[in-house]
Write a protein that binds this ligand. Structure first.
Ligand code: CU
Length: 113
């Protein structure tokens, strides 16, 4: 009787432990899934004009899914003005844009390879 009882407890403990592991695993899976979603949010574009005095960049861009915006050429603010030093008109880029304070801001931009 005592043996059966401790066995049962052992099984319960194992199940609980396993469930905790599974929960942990699904959390990390969710985290990595959202990371890959983020990178697929990058929009293709082409630099048309850079204005370092106002920290603005004109991009001809494809559909921006997170903003529900179709492709067009438009002016963006840029979050990190230092990025403008690495870019020039004609560069093909991948970028992320977000709405902030009523304006659309490029939060991330890189030259497309
Ligand atoms: Cu646009």
């Amino acid at each position: 009787m005592t043996i059966i009882k401790s066995l049962t407890l052992g099984v319960l403990a194992a199940v609980t432990f396993h469930t905790a592991l599974a929960a942990d695993h699904s959390m990390s899976a969710t985290a990595s899934a959202s990371t890959s979603n983020a990178s697929s949010d990058m929009t293709d574009g082409e630099v048309k004009k850079i204005d370092k005095s106002t920290n603005k960049i004109t991009l001809k861009h494809g559909d921006i899914k997170n903003l529900d915006m179709p492709g067009m050429t438009m002016v963006f603010k840029i979050k990190d003005p230092a990025a403008l030093d690495t870019l020039k008109a004609g560069d093909k880029v991948k970028f992320r844009a977000e709405k902030a304070d009523g304006a659309i801001v490029v939060t991330e931009i890189q030259i497309a390879k």
